[in-house]
Design a protein around this ligand. Structure first.
Ligand code: NAD
Length: 270
């Protein structure tokens, strides 16, 4: 029987793949029979992950990348095409907040470190635009491909303190919708671009905002959980079902959307 959600033999390229959410995606898609390409600036973590997945019998390759460096991305493209000859799915996962780009509780907008904000916007927005411009070329030739951008709850409703991150993720959502039209009208209905908006998951890029040094929840964490009907943070594995749907032919007529995965945070007031 045909599995509508199959990703068997699809070539899935994931940026930021060695991070907390990316690692879970890599293991999952390799288990599902996809050929997974790990792209990350943390080369050592990428190689470790590659070895783990190979030991589990998965088909995987790991390459150093910097999603802000077009030349490095071009090199990645050449290597991926030489090995697999196609790219079916691009998950733009590299991103995150940076400590300097937040406004501390005792500070105001006038204290904002503009250079730090620029860096967050660079990583979260241009770090999606540049890989999209690079890897989509294979999809255009194939007349088939799915791009999945990782946006955020902060794109929908601004969260306190992370001013730059929210701005950048809102732009990611807008770019997702823009690219839906750009690709389908110029290259056909085989090309799809969607986003997911994860709620709150404890990972490296938000650890200091969510956990005290002793591992207990910060006041911010308590506020988040009080506004989450499920009353808990998400587990990385809870993103996988939506990602598989968007990566597979099950979502063939779906483009320009953003799926919220947040334990009800966005739907809830009091
Ligand atoms: P993470 O910090 O664990 O992983 C991010 C990964 O991106 C790291 O492996 C890092 O080395 C890599 N990276 C950073 N800059 C890079 C660059 N220039 N080039 C290539 N790789 C680079 O964070 P995560 O939470 O797993 O983040 C994954 C994505 O999910 C991010 O886009 C983040 O904004 C988004 N997100 C996370 C949450 C959450 O609650 N954790 C919520 C919403 C959205």
């Amino acid at each position: 029987m045909k599995n509508l959600f199959s990703v068997q033999d699809k070539v899935i390229v994931i940026t930021g793949a060695a991070g907390v959410l990316g690692t879970s995606m890599v293991h999952h898609f390799a288990e599902q029979g996809a050929k997974v390409v790990i792209l990350d600036r943390n080369e050592e973590a990428g190689r470790r992950l590659e070895e783990e997945v190979k030991a589990e019998g998965g088909e995987v390759m790991s390459l150093y990348t910097d999603v802000l460096d077009k030349q490095v991305l071009e090199g990645n493209y050449t290597e991926i095409m030489a090995r697999y000859g196609r790219i079916d799915v691009l998950i733009n996962g590299a991103g995150g907040n940076m400590a300097g780009a937040t406004i501390a509780p005792d500070k105001t907008i006038f204290d904002l470190d503009i250079e730090a904000v620029r860096k967050v916007v660079d990583l979260n927005l241009f770090g999606i635009i540049l890989p999209t411009m690079t890897f989509t070329r294979a999809m255009i030739e194939q007349k088939q491909g799915s791009i999945i951008n990782i946006s955020s709850e902060s794109a929908i409703r601004p969260l306190t303190r992370v001013a730059g991150y929210g701005v950048a993720k809102a732009a990611v959502t807008n770019f997702t919708k823009y690219m839906c039209g750009e690709l389908a009208t110029k290259y056909g209905d085989g090309l799809r671009v969607n986003a997911i908006a994860p709620g709150f998951f404890i990972t490296e890029q938000n650890r200091t905002l969510l956990l005290n040094p002793d591992g207990s929840y910060t006041e911010r964490s308590k506020t988040i959980l009080a506004h989450t009907p499920y009353g808990r943070f998400g587990e990385p594995s809870e993103l996988l079902g939506t990602l598989q749907w968007l990566a597979s032919d099950a979502s063939k007529f779906v483009s320009g959307t953003m799926t919220v995965i947040d334990g009800g945070f966005d739907a809830f007031s009091i």
